[in-house]
Write a protein that binds this ligand. Sequence first.
Ligand code: GLN
Length: 266
Amino acid sequence: MMQRMEPALLRELAEMLRAGGIEDAELEAKWICEDMPDAEAARETARRRAKHEPLQYLLGAWEFYGLRIEVGQGVLIPRADTETLVEAALDRLKQTASPRIMDLCTGSGCIALALKSQMPDADVTGIEKSAEAMKFAEKNRSALGLDITLVPGDVLQAETAAAFTGLDCIVSNPPYLTADDMAHLQQEVTYEPASALDGGADGLHFYREITRLWRDALKPGGLLAFEIGCTQGADAAEILRQNDFEQIAVLRDLNGNERVVLGIHR
Ligand code: GLN
């Protein structure tokens, strides 16, 4: 971390970022300055950021629910929107002692770790298919000292789901972008793993499969809560309905967009 922020360096970095079309050039220049050990490293970071590499990868970490989550190429960057899913699960599990929680497609582990940080007596497991992403989840678990279980596995395989029963809650931020979204990604997002973004032609593939395959891993009265894209509320709610969930609700994020669908297993 640089001891002193040189105004001239700050201006130089901001100018590089602005020239690359980075919107919040001053703010990002400041973050880069704060984070990098010296001026040369800061310049190199700004050069790459000006080409729209994600700032989060360049800094190597990002904050999620008050936790420092390490990220890099190969893992989805935690989004503030996803805190809506964490809040929803925390709220619905308030009355449950030592809940057993499963986070499907855990990625960096941000959701599982946030839940564990707020509910120390919860038994939290994250499943992830990508070995690269799993390395970040493991690093985050040990850096934060939070005792969650991490299991490598493909949540779309019936055998993976069949190994779990009696869960109080399943949370998931699965890939949910449509084929059309995938064809028009913001430049930064193209650096992120497609396997964490691509939800099939209509974006709903993981909702259909997870709901069907994992329903019976929940105990009666157990909660299923998904993050959704802002146009997917009605469709995702319908998938839960078709699978016999009740008390289905669609919740909005702080921007007012539909962001979470949840329901209770009968
Ligand atoms: N929220 C991400 C985006 O819009 C998508 C994450 C996901 O597919 N789960 O880029």
